[in-house]
Design a protein around this ligand. Sequence first.
Ligand SMILES: CCCC(=O)SCCNC(=O)CCNC(=O)[C@H](O)C(C)(C)COP(=O)(O)OP(=O)(O)OC[C@H]1O[C@@H](n2cnc3c(N)ncnc32)[C@H](O)[C@@H]1OP(=O)(O)O
Length: 519
Amino acid sequence: WPELSLVEVQMCQSVLPCHANHQEELGAGQLLKWMDTTACLAAERHAGMACVTASMDDIQFEETVRVGQVINIKARVNRAFNTSMEVGIYVTVQEVLSGVTKRVCVAFSTFVAKPTGTHKVRKRLCQDEEMLEYSLASERRRLRLYNEEAFKNLMKDYYNLQDKGYVSTLTRVESIELVLPPHANHHGNTFGGQIMAWMENVATVAASISTCRLCGYYPSLGAVDMFRFRGPSSVGDRLVFKAMVNNAFQTSVEVGVRVEAYNCEEWNEGTPRHINSASMIYYIPGCGGEKKTFPDVTYTTLDGERRFIGAVVRKRIRMARYFLYKTFSKKSVKHAEFTCVLQVGVYVHEEADKLSLKVEMKVKTTAFYAFSLLADLQLRPQWDKNYLSCEEVEKADEEETIYHIKCTTVNGSKSRDFVVLLSKRQPCKDGDPYVIALRSVTVATVPPEENSIRSEVKCAGFLVHEIGYSTCKVSYYNQVTSGVLPYVEGNIAGWSKSMEETAMSCILFLEQDLLTTQF
Ligand SMILES: CCCC(=O)SCCNC(=O)CCNC(=O)[C@H](O)C(C)(C)COP(=O)(O)OP(=O)(O)OC[C@H]1O[C@@H](n2cnc3c(N)ncnc32)[C@H](O)[C@@H]1OP(=O)(O)O
């Protein structure tokens, strides 16, 4: 056996019928409990003192675990900050007879040393092979501490057009638990994992109302959104769990759960403490890995609307984080719709280490007009604030021109420049789009400059479709390279809306130009 280091803890559990649901599958709540306990033991081992769970990042469950299999949970302190630590949790399942092992999920929890706010945890020295995880831990910390603000910012821009579907309040579930000593640690605090297990319990009932009653299928928990433990609860508290379906997407539903705690006094006065809120994402497993579709949901109250739109925003942020985590682990194949704000839609497609972006814009101008303006790259600094300047280098023929683009600096690094060939084509027949394609080229007349990083555009451009009288759809595509990434990473991670802003500015440019030409 390799020695476990002082920052690692491992737990092994045989999955018994008492851990499983009626379908003989391990309940996600039970798994979350084991994960939280293992991670807490790793944190306490490193800190040398008691710790509490502050948060658990998004988790995607990749495998169903069944009775008779063996679960292995490995938790390791990736990085110690000030009074908090990030613990990485790696869960696998093993088929006992064959020995085949599969990954169930990877999660990241933050633990804070207790008593909180006073005890700094010692920094951890790491080996070379741990350096990547160590650096990524601080990136993840940035994402999780910014999560609520990113959510609030994005909420301002979303609206809903859907008015059909079953009313979400039909799925409302409420349950109560009394915290007893077996539910708490030796300080009397309710275990975070126990709270997550109770939350999963009510969320599953709410999801089942929408799936079993309306479609005749049992739901499975596919992912949990970031959990934040807002405040402690302890032995003797009554915990009230309220769950409801917030929104249904094509093959998933989001269930929101709110937890309120009352001690005896608060119980008599009816003044609860809000200690936790989380969102859980369910799907209906079909045959051959296909997922079944869910019926639409709608709402009748303002609170319902807030939850409905909130689910769309959380999906966007979750997909952004998922992409970043997957990039770290080099495993991919994902297609995600990011936003649909006003006339702009932003999409990402990720496949085999390639990330592509698509921005769709609905523009009130003719396709030919939009095409003519977009095909003149020297006009782009007027609407794209990342472009400092763009000069024509060479015109090969009517359809092909080489440009030198100078871009702004990002994240304090040097500015970047690109030398690109722009090729434009008009439609051959009705229904075909106008095409503008961009890719990097090397030309002797524009050598790399010392104060700028020469970067690459692999495959980018615009497709312009006529969609009616004086209206067109402009789709912008970009296969993201390391040179382009700094300009779009804020969008991918969910903390910036620069792509939507640039798209809005492009729409204004294309539409205003038409106005000034007409009058
Ligand atoms: C298996 C046994 C373990 C358990 O189950 S423990 C029971 C479940 N957990 C709980 O009851 C904790 C309840 N929550 C709390 O007590 C407080 O909210 C908590 C976590 C102490 C944070 O209190 P605050 O007043 O916000 O403290 P603070 O602003 O001084 O921050 C202290 C350190 O915590 C970090 N933190 C706060 N909220 C976070 C979050 N959502 N995600 C990740 N990290 C977070 C914060 O960055 C700070 O870290 P650092 O000192 O800079 O290293």
